[in-house]
Design a protein around this ligand. Structure first.
Ligand SMILES: Nc1ncnc2c1ncn2[C@@H]1O[C@H](COP(=O)(O)OP(=O)(O)OP(=O)(O)O)[C@@H](O)[C@H]1O
Ligand SMILES: [Mg+2]
Length: 375
């Protein structure tokens, strides 16, 4: 999937982003791009690089959440042969590959505190220190662009993100607005990607009924442009050449998946099945980050379901979040990160009722009521 070098949309919100990109491209100052998942943060980062004086050099993108924590330092800064099991030869890090160009660190908020310290030192000195090497191995000249969909200030408050690093990286901040703040850009993007998908599958062009248009405009788009894009790919393949109707869109804009109605749970049965399955998998030894967190971020799990799991876990641990970290198969060091995540999602349930035993029995407690309690 190639990322377009143009930013579609002519809403005032996107015009502002375009101005931000232009002014960022005139300097080599560090940029922090914020915005919900799927809004186009990487597109913005690439455009800053393309429009600046470094455009002929490399743009190197690293997803900090995709790389296991232990490997991230070596991915970025390289390593010496034999510095850890599997390091068969010296390896040049990605930072060096980005020399004179741009290094884009995506999902910055996922970075561990250890790695944040390493990154901070790098931003202060510009020196590269490969893993397993005692002295710095030279300097580089990289433009650093970072992105996150988390509220870093909340993470700082929760002790999960370093404040000094935040100020260092946040020289220019660009906020990419969610799709629901872009007005009719929704239809423009929808038509663009629908046409794209139809061409890809060698299908005829497809239209939307006015009712369907209204429905798209009213939807909250929790997964933003990525969600829209995936939706058009599925719709392109429907076996019909009549315009897409509201009825055809309805299952795509499923109420349980929309951010708005995740609060008012409308399918308790389906949800409790999902919660039960997740719970069983966790108890069987699955870890929270891959089982729950990733799927939550992919909008496969609602906030109500997440809350139901936390509720059930706290009943089990009698209100201890530390014990919950263990129960959900995370190392103790993940406590702050786990807590920051729950805090960000307003799923950090107060512990007193669990400690006092005043919480209702599992049968009585429903995700819907838990959500309204904290949301
Ligand atoms: N304004 C836009 N015009 C055209 N395509 C866009 C636009 N914004 C986003 N996209 C497309 O939407 C998808 C998601 O964009 P991108 O990967 O940049 O989002 P992101 O904010 O980095 O997401 P995440 O938080 O998950 O990393 C990509 O396929 C991208 O090409
Ligand atoms: Mg991204």
């Amino acid at each position: 999937m190639t990322i377009p070098q143009v930013l579609l949309g002519d809403s005032p919100a996107m015009e502002l982003v375009r101005l931000d990109i232009e002014s960022a491209a005139r300097t080599s100052a560090k940029v922090l791009i914020t915005g919900e998942t799927g809004v186009g943060k990487e597109v913005v980062a690439r455009l800053i690089h393309e429009q600046g004086v470094r455009s002929r050099q490399n743009f190197v993108a690293v997803n900090c959440s995709g790389v296991p924590e232990t490997l991230l330092a070596s991915e970025l800064f390289g390593h010496a042969r034999g510095s850890f099991t599997g390091a068969f030869r010296d390896k040049m890090g990605l930072v060096r590959q980005a020399d004179r160009g741009t290094l884009f660190l995506d999902e910055l908020g996922e970075m561990s505190l250890t790695m944040q310290a390493v990154l901070l030192r790098f931003t202060e000195t510009g020196e590269i220190q490969p893993v397993g090497v005692d002295a710095p191995a030279g300097r580089t000249d990289v433009r650093l662009i970072t992105a996150t969909n988390r509220d870093l200030r909340a993470q700082i408050a929760a002790g999960a993100f370093r404040e000094d690093l935040y100020y260092r990286l946040n020289v220019i901040e660009i906020r990419v607005p969610p799709l629901r703040e872009r007005g009719r850009d929704v239809l423009l993007l929808f038509r663009h990607y629908l046409r794209h998908a139809c061409e890809l599958h060698r299908l005829g062009p497809q239209e939307l009924t006015p009712g369907a248009e209204q429905q798209l405009l009213a939807y909250t788009w929790p997964g933003n442009v990525r969600e829209l894009r995936n939706m058009t790919e599925r719709l392109a393949l429907r076996e019909s050449n009549t315009p897409i109707t509201e009825a055809e869109l309805a299952p795509e804009l499923g109420s349980a998946r929309s951010g708005r109605t995740a609060v008012a749970v409308s399918r308790p049965d389906a949800e409790s099945v999902m919660v039960q399955e997740l719970w069983d998998a966790l108890i069987a030894g699955g870890d929270f980050w891959s089982l729950v967190y990733r799927r939550f971020r992919a909008h496969e799990i609602t906030r109500a379901e997440l809350l139901a799991l936390v509720d059930r876990g706290l009943q089990e641990t009698r209100g201890s979040y530390r014990a919950l970290v263990k129960l959900f198969n995370m190392p103790p060091a993940d406590y702050k990160r786990f807590h920051a995540f729950l805090y960000q999602q307003s799923c950090n349930l107060p512990v007193t009722p669990y400690r006092e035993g005043t919480v209702r029995s599992p049968g009585e407690s429903s995700p819907a009521t838990e959500v309204s309690r904290s949301g």
